[in-house]
Design a protein around this ligand. Structure first.
Ligand code: ZN
Ligand code: ZN
Length: 494
């Protein structure tokens, strides 16, 4: 260890070669001072450009818009010389599609189900009995026809596979409430041992009732179900960057997902969180740190936390133990924002993170309190990339500005914006463009992120290290349920 005076002399003699040794130790104040709205917007402009290549308007994993995002992150980090970086590359099944339905020349709104196969079928509609959860619920008359099935009791996947096993050429599920299925649905996987999938989609409960009445009048009611779908393995990557400096046995890790949903460019979800940490990673290269700092830029979060899951599953116990804590940032610039902090101590929502998660929550609370900004807790339910870290006992925390939920009147009084309107009306939609960002909120949250990284890069006091760690999953939601969820929003599989 070089003394300060020696390092200063060395700096004078050798110049730029020892810049790292001569850099100041990071502090919350100095690191926060590097946050610039202009720099954040420059990153957002890049993502916006990538999303527009070939008029795709998406950065879903495996698309050119997302691959460009990955390249941009890695090359920007490599230019600093401050990090060891690598691409954590793997394959995953991509799925995107649309469905259209007309019956006796009347058009019905029908929602495609993720992993559903493509096809164009013209055949009479035949009702399945009960809820279509056993083979007995599918009469022999369904063979060669389109099965009409109620939602409920078993997965969409089982209903569609049993239709296929009964010889149906298509399957229409109707919602068990009057309206359409909220938030999108999925078959969960591309394979079900009960039978082959057939082209499928889900209609509203009221349209379902109308179709049932029509089928009861005529047993030759012809439906046309037209599904266009892409289901294919695609190669994608996480970007992992670890500071060359700092104690490599006490790593402070932050992360955010870099992919969007297929339906939109994802500039708030999650261009905001991923570009906050990219900008802070670039600025960190001007500082000295005591603990190593690692950044994880996750892919395929929108398909069920796939990238972060892949990364954590690949860590040995020794590697996991080196990660002192994990900070997650998914949606930090919502247009009708709230300043939400993950409820790591469980006092608001009764889902408690591993020991140390309470300390992380407090660190963020202290930041907002000292900035004179109101903050509020949000449920620590594992529905973003911190979930896999919780599962292996790594303390975690993070920030969130809200998704499809509505802002309350009380929250509008705290933070401004519109009550009874979604925090992000463009959540998972084509309009999550660069115009969907709230820049003051983004800057404020980036400063909060800077505060948390600077705090823990200097001291892990208050964070229990591995002796206290437990590998028992600490959260209430089992992993196979979480697979269908992302960004605080449930994508239904049944
Ligand atoms: Zn999302
Ligand atoms: Zn997200």
């Amino acid at each position: 260890m070089r003394s300060p005076s020696l390092s200063h002399a060395f700096l004078v003699l050798v110049g730029a070669a020892v810049v790292v040794a001569g850099n100041p130790l990071v502090t919350s104040k100095s690191y926060q001072a590097t946050v610039s709205g202009d720099n954040l917007m420059k990153h957002a402009e890049k993502l916006s450009q990538y999303s527009k290549i070939n008029d795709a308007n998406t950065r879903a994993f495996g698309t050119i818009g997302h691959n460009k995002t990955i390249e941009y992150i890695k090359s920007s980090l490599d230019k600093t010389g401050f990090y060891d970086t690598y691409l954590d590359t793997f394959q995953y099944l991509y799925s995107d599609g649309t469905a259209a339905l007309s019956v006796a020349n009347v058009t019905y709104e029908i929602a495609w189900l993720t992993y559903g196969p493509g096809g164009d079928v013209n055949a009479p509609l035949v009702l399945a009995n009960n809820l279509g959860c056993t083979q007995n619920d599918f009469p022999t008359a369904i063979a060669g026809n389109i099965a009409l099935i109620s939602r409920g009791n078993c997965s969409f996947s089982d209903k569609v596979a049993l239709s296929g096993a009964a010889g149906a050429v298509g399957a229409i599920i109707y919602n068990n409430e009057n309206g359409p299925l909220a938030g999108g649905g999925t078959l969960g996987t591309d394979f079900n041992p009960l039978g082959p999938y057939v082209p499928t989609g889900i209609v509203s409960g009221s349209d379902g009732k109308a179709l049932i009445s029509a089928v009861e009048v005529s047993d030759k009611l012809i439906g046309n179900l037209h599904v266009v779908a892409t289901n294919e393995n695609r190669t994608t990557s996480n970007v992992i960057a670890t500071s060359k400096s700092g104690d490599q046995n006490n790593i402070v890790m932050s992360g955010g997902h870099t992919d969007s949903v297929p339906a939109g460019p994802g500039i708030n979800d999650n261009g905001s969180g991923s570009m906050s940490i990219l900008e802070l990673a670039l600025q960190l290269s001007h500082f000295r740190i005591k603990n190593a700092v690692r950044f994880g830029f996750w892919t395929a979060e929108e398909f069920g936390l796939v990238g972060s899951d892949h990364y954590v599953a690949g860590l040995s116990e020794a590697e996991r133990n080196k990660i002192a804590l994990y900070l997650n940032f998914d949606m930090v610039a919502s247009p009708n924002f709230g300043y939400f902090i993950y409820d790591g101590d469980g006092n608001a929502f009764n889902i408690t993170g591993p020991p140390g998660s309470d300390h992380i929550e407090k660190t963020f609370e202290n930041f907002f309190a000292s900035a004179g900004v109101k903050s509020a807790p949000t449920e620590f339910n594992g529905r973003s990339d911190y979930g896999p870290f919780l599962d292996v006992g790594i303390p975690a925390g993070g920030l969130f500005t809200g998704a499809e939920g509505n802002k309350t009147a009380e929250e509008a009084a705290w933070w401004g914006g519109q009550a009874n309107v979604a925090y992000d009306v463009c959540y998972h939609r084509a309009c999550d463009t660069i115009d969907n960002l709230n820049l003051p909120a983004w800057v404020q949250n980036s400063k909060a992120i800077a505060h948390s990284i600077a705090t823990y890069a200097v001291s892990l006091d208050g964070i229990p290290r591995q002796a206290q760690r437990t590998l028992i999953p600490r959260i209430a939601l089992p992993h196979d349920r979480r697979r269908h969820q992302a960004c605080g929003h449930e994508v239904l599989a049944s």
